[in-house]
Design a protein around this ligand. Structure first.
Ligand SMILES: *Cc1c(COP(=O)(O)O)cnc(C)c1O
Ligand SMILES: *[C@@H]1O[C@H](CO)[C@@H](O)[C@H](O)[C@H]1NC(C)=O
Ligand SMILES: *[C@@H]1O[C@H](CO)[C@@H](O)[C@H](O)[C@H]1NC(C)=O
Ligand SMILES: *[C@@H]1O[C@H](CO)[C@@H](O)[C@H](O)[C@H]1NC(C)=O
Length: 545
């Protein structure tokens, strides 16, 4: 008893000492302000961003209060802003913008004529296989089928299963086809979404709400590799989930499992692995992440948005990949994009769950709305039944044979490019490209010089940062004869030029990327990105009326 009482006595005595001789109003105000101070401190230390990031932001904000600095930053930003707009204006300078609704409806022929003039802008780029990713297939008979499938179903909306039960049937067939490809059992379930980002967002919502209800987690966090898609950042921002990014093992470019384990805490609602990731095309050690999930009883999401419809067929294509699907006990959900290597038109993806309980937390249900009880599975209310129909048709059109042969060609071409690049001096490949993405960096010169040289030759590749690099994402458009070889030849020729003097800094269009990466004030990079997004909606002033 004494041992227990002793610390209490000490506490009592010290409190009495502090308040000795104080009047009651003083005692009340000291107590109240101390409590408020503690609450404020707790809140200050426990925000979504860590202290360092917040301090940096404050310092840069203060710096921009100095007129000289502010003027310089504004001038640079205005120039960049202007250059984005100029680029758009140049591309469309020979075309007229339609900015008023025509007073009379136009006829179909006229509309299709203008539609095609608009679509013709830059079409040669992707059709010729000059672009990384972006368009995954170009086949006229498939395109015709897609048009017919959409035509037949364009009026449907899965929001109304009573009116369009056939669309719901096709949607559930698509989901089940994918579950079977990813080795889900009879309990597995899922929904379609409009794309990978939405699939990711839905999984995050499901796990956030599941953790809140079953474990009372009110400050949810997810643990994910730094290579996980930025869709998870978006989900974090939309859904108020904090992201704990985990570094990679530098040799393999897979997530460092030990670091991942350390990042798990009592607020962790989900673990993430990519199969494969977007930047380097490497597959994380999903088996180990699955084990972590089992050990700590935390759901594991596998992002197979990019390569899911390749990994499913790689074994049959003669390139067996590591197991990354529901055969791993700890994997509780998988996202896979049918609008990438499923070769369906843009607007479809599938999110799959190991068990129905997670899907229930994905749904949004409002029971008290004046408009009636309203339940919807994904972000949208109304959805395009046409998207369901085209995706369904694309899956049936290809069949296992079609996908296996496409996979064979794509993986073969990727390995051809990888092998060719590995033979060249001055550059290196990130980790072991697992499906269709090969990322290239350099220790000898600024790799953006190579991106810039390739851009000048017509190649539109994806730029990566931290460290500087670029990647090519191989699609069916690159598997046509001569294209991969042309790419390798262009890289080799550019390297010869660059290596004549490796120390030259990057110039041209890619210089902006180099600068942006080194800017410590990320808010400026944010502003630049916003201006770029603005430029997508830009209409030249003189054309606005
Ligand atoms: C493309 C991609 C996504 C997001 O898909 P969207 O359909 O573009 O929204 C998610 N993860 C990876 C790895 C991707 O490559
Ligand atoms: C960027 O351009 C837009 C016009 O498109 C303009 O309204 C805006 O003020 C510009 N911002 C800066 C910082 O120059
Ligand atoms: C389009 O796909 C069909 C069937 O898969 C194939 O026979 C045809 O050769 C393809 N056409 C082109 C241009 O690739
Ligand atoms: C539904 O939501 C997505 C965003 O997740 C959006 O891209 C899409 O256009 C929306 N509309 C329809 C009809 O699907």
């Amino acid at each position: 008893m004494d041992k227990v009482r002793l610390p209490l006595d000490i506490l009592k005595n010290s409190v009495n000492v502090v308040f000795t001789g104080k009047e009651p109003w003083q005692i009340v105000s000291i107590t109240t302000s101390s409590v408020l101070l503690i609450v404020w401190l707790y809140d200050f230390l426990d925000r979504d961003e860590d202290l360092l990031t917040r301090s940096k932001k404050t310092i840069f904000k203060i710096a921009k209060c100095f007129p000289q600095i502010k003027r310089k930053v504004d001038k640079e930003l205005a120039d960049i802003n202007e250059s984005f707009r100029k680029e758009v204006a140049e591309k469309t300078s020979h075309l007229e913008y339609l900015v008023q609704l025509p007073s009379k409806g136009m006829n179909s022929q006229e509309i299709l004529k203008i539609l095609n003039t608009n679509l013709a802008l830059n079409q040669d780029l992707w059709k010729g296989g000059w672009a990384s990713g972006a368009v995954y297939v170009h086949n006229e008979s498939l395109q015709a089928l897609m048009a017919d499938a959409y035509k037949e179903s364009s009026y449907t909306n899965p929001l109304h299963p009573d009116l369009f039960p056939g669309v719901c049937k096709m949607e559930s067939e698509i989901i089940r086809i994918l579950i079977n490809l990813f080795y889900g059992d009879e309990n597995a379930c899922g929904t379609m979404t409009t794309g990978g980002t939405e699939s990711i967002m839905m999984a995050c919502k499901a796990y956030r709400d599941y953790a809140k209800e079953t474990r009372g987690i009110r400050r949810p966090e997810m643990v994910l590799p730094i290579t996980a898609h930025s869709g998870f950042d978006k989900a974090g921002l939309y859904l108020n989930i904090r992201l704990r990014h985990v570094r990679l093992d530098p040799a393999t470019c897979q997530v460092d499992i030990k670091a991942m384990k350390k990042a798990i805490n009592r607020n962790t609602i989900m673990l993430v692995g990519s199969a494969p990731n977007f930047p380097y095309g490497t597959i994380d050690d999903i088996a180990e992440i699955s084990n972590l999930g089992l050990k700590y009883n935390i759901p594991v999401h596998v992002d197979s948005c990019l390569g899911g419809l390749l990994t499913c067929f790689m074994e049959k294509a003669g390139y067996p990949p590591p197991v990354t699907d529901f055969r791993l006990q700890g994997v509780t959900s998988i996202s896979a994009d049918t609008h990438k290597y499923g070769f369906a038109p843009k607007g479809t993806s599938v999110i799959m769950y190991k068990e129905p309980k997670y899907r229930h937390y994905q749904y949004t249900v409002t029971t008290d709305w004046v408009g009636g009880v309203y339940g919807s599975p994904t972000v949208n209310g109304s959805r395009a039944g046409g998207n369901v129909a085209t995706c369904w048709a694309a899956l049936l059109y290809h069949g296992i044979d079609g996908y296996v042969s496409a996979t064979k060609e794509i993986i073969y071409t990727t390995k051809f490019i990888e092998k060719g690049l590995r033979r060249m001096k001055g550059i290196y490949i990130f980790g072991q490209p697992a499906t269709s993405v090969v990322a290239v960096g350099s220790n000898d010169f600024d790799i953006y010089r190579l991106s810039d040289a390739l851009l000048t030759l017509g190649w539109h590749l994806n730029t990566l940062q931290y460290p500087s690099a670029f990647h090519i994402c191989v699609t069916l458009l690159h598997t046509k004869p001569g294209i991969a070889q042309k790419f390798l030849d262009d890289v080799r020729d550019s390297l010869v030029e660059i290596l004549k003097d490796p120390s030259v800094p990057v110039a041209g269009k890619m210089a902006l990327y180099g600068t942006a990466q080194k800017l410590p004030d990320r808010s400026i990079v944010g502003d630049i990105t916003r201006y770029f997004l603005d430029s997508m909606y830009y209409i030249p002033e003189q054309q606005k009326k």
